[in-house]
Design a protein around this ligand. Sequence first.
Ligand SMILES: [Zn+2]
Length: 287
Amino acid sequence: MCNNVNIETQLRRFIRHYTETINLEKFIFLNRNVKYDKLSIDWAVTFEYLKEKEKALTTSFWTSKKRRKKIQRIIEEIPTIEQCKKSNFDIYKNWKCVRCGRKRETFHHVWLCNSENKKMKKIIKDAFDLMVNEIKSIDKYTLDEGNFYDYVWNETFSKLFYSKTQFTFIDIIKGIFPLGLTEYLTLKVKMNLKDRNTISVLFLDFIYDETKLIWYERCNRQIEKEKKLRINRKRKFMRNKSINGRLEDRRLPIRNPKIKAEGLLRGIYFNQKTLDFIIHVILIISY
Ligand SMILES: [Zn+2]
């Protein structure tokens, strides 16, 4: 029983659903996700992309590693210089982006650095071309390419810039999918849910793989620089210990500390889908 209501599903499945709901609520209510309250996001596509096509009972080392990397991105916690300052401030305090040598290297700068401008523009173009080609390869759909590209290039989600309020291409790099694009594919191209989800996840995965190369190259340059300056793991650890004395609290701040799997209870009482309910709550609290 849960809240005095009989649960009719298997216990194991119920507990899994419960944990998933708690995690989802925690994630959506993270302070850093406040931007997404007011934007229209297709969370279903994003979570499908994060799942890495994994079946419930198998977990391979490879997929879990990739999934971890994807999650690191969505919470903007890849080890940039600014991120490293949190644990090794004395080593990194004056360090700038290793590629341009001028700007602070935040999560956004990794993709906005002038040195990568050409490559990033190509990735954006290739990603939307891939989507077009995938749709065209399915006979039952007709796509007005001109209209599609007009729509896409006019929207902020196809543009590379940092914004606290607008949906930009950096959000797509994080794995977040714009609901506007979903609506376009549903209403204008008349795609069914299954095909639309498959192509949308393919699109996000393509962007993940292409931008991963940019991050790898940056990491190689960073490693070279650290080798020259003889900064190794041991030194990072020693310095860290001596300065901070203790490990900092790594938990991310949450806006709503009273998370109680509300979405799951809704499912039990009213047969409502968990994700639908959580999105409904976000809409209410943000307007
Ligand atoms: Zn730079």
